[in-house]
Ligand binder design. Structure first.
Ligand SMILES: [Zn+2]
Length: 366
């Protein structure tokens, strides 16, 4: 596997000073087989005048970079160094970068993960782009403070449903169009595609959906009312707390296979490990944990997604606040009123434990 340069905070600050990124059009074609998919990205951005540094780069980790053009002029695909495509001597004003590439599916949960269910042979793909895996899916100025509008089109095999941050519409021939997002960070873009089993409803005029792979359908159906009740109750409670309307156009929760984390707060399309679709009898504590994770991820819709950290050194605040909101809101709005006991037993001792290790460090380095 090729090496990858990790973006430093200094590099991110320099790039944020130079660029104002407006809009991504991303076209993904998932019909090309088991190993790779096609990815065409058009990025519209402005270069600010009066900058000392006028060179920058876009991140991309392709299997094959077919072509790249800046304002219609071809760039040399061989100039891609590790994961960076240089953009040199940029002039002030509007620019359009177009990148046409083949990307690799991931089997590790980084980027576009691809999974074939051994139960029925059905295949599912979904993205996990936090913190720096956008470049495994499409070309991007990948740092949290360069927010933009994302407009996605996905071509998928017949019989699949495509979910994305914005509401999706099947426009024919396996082509799905997602509604443009409000300005969001690159790491929050999400796609989940496959022959999902879905339970859909509407709440306060917004489409809500829960989704899982087909082989888990009976287990999701058995708990659908519980999951949706918690979702609705927390949604209403957050409206009271934040006094700011939910910022996205729909709320989908996809329970996805082989997920590395517990869940991920993609705006309008939260992904959860599908172990949360219980396949046998579980304790009420496990149900409470699932409720808390639902509430935690929903808190991020406002705090994390609408308002986002400028750089990763503030991740502690992003996560602590979502955790606080999650425990509090679950206790206030659902039947799981004893969440703070769980916090005291599990989370607090986890914190004490981490703090006693040699690796303990200040939350905020500066
Ligand atoms: Zn979180």
């Amino acid at each position: 596997m090729a090496t990858m340069s990790v973006l430093t905070r200094d590099e991110a600050q320099t790039r944020a000073q130079l660029l104002d990124v407006h809009h991504y059009t991303v076209a993904l074609d998932l019909t090309g087989g088991d190993d790779t998919f096609d990815s065409v990205t058009v990025i519209r951005f402005t270069v600010r005048a009066g900058q000392d540094v006028t060179d920058t780069f876009v991140e991309l980790k392709p299997a094959d970079l077919r072509s790249a053009t800046l304002d219609g002029q071809p760039l040399d695909p061989h100039s891609l160094t590790e994961n960076r495509l240089p953009l040199k001597s940029l002039t002030p004003g509007e620019h359009e970068l177009r990148v046409d590439a083949t990307m690799r599916y991931s089997r590790t949960g980084e980027g576009m993960h691809r999974f074939t269910d051994p139960t029925d042979g059905e295949t599912y793909v979904y993205t996990q782009l936090f913190m720096e895996d956008v470049q495994r899916v499409f070309a991007a100025f990948d740092q949290p403070d360069l927010k933009a509008v994302f407009e996605l089109t996905v071509t998928a095999p017949q019989g699949w449903t495509v979910l994305a941050n914005g509401m999706t519409e099947h426009t024919g021939d396996g082509v799905w169009k997602a509604a443009p997002t409000p300005p969001i960070s690159t790491y929050l873009v999400a796609v989940a595609a496959g022959p999902w089993h879905s339970v859909r409803t509407e709440h306060r005029g917004l489409p809500f959906g829960i989704h899982c792979r087909r082989s888990l359908a009976p287990h999701l159906d058995a708990d659908a009312e519980e999951i949706l009740d918690i979702t609705r109750a927390c949604f209403d409670r957050y409206h009271e707390k934040f006094d700011e309307p939910y910022p996205f156009d729909s709320y989908d929760q996809a329970f996805v296979p082989e997920f590395n984390a517990g869940a991920m707060e993609n705006p309008g399309l939260v992904t959860f490990r599908d172990e949360f679709v219980y396949r046998s009898a579980v304790t009420d504590t496990e149900r409470q944990t699932r409720a808390m994770v639902i509430a935690h991820e929903m808190a991020h819709m406002w705090f994390g997604d609408l308002v986002t950290l400028r750089w990763w050194d503030d991740i502690w605040l992003n996560e602590s606040f979502a955790e606080y909101m999650g425990y509090q809101t679950t206790a206030e709005a659902t039947r799981f009123t004893g969440t703070w006991t769980d916090f005291g037993v599990a989370r607090k001792s986890w914190g004490y434990d981490a703090d006693q290790r040699p690796s303990t460090h200040p939350l905020a380095p500066e």
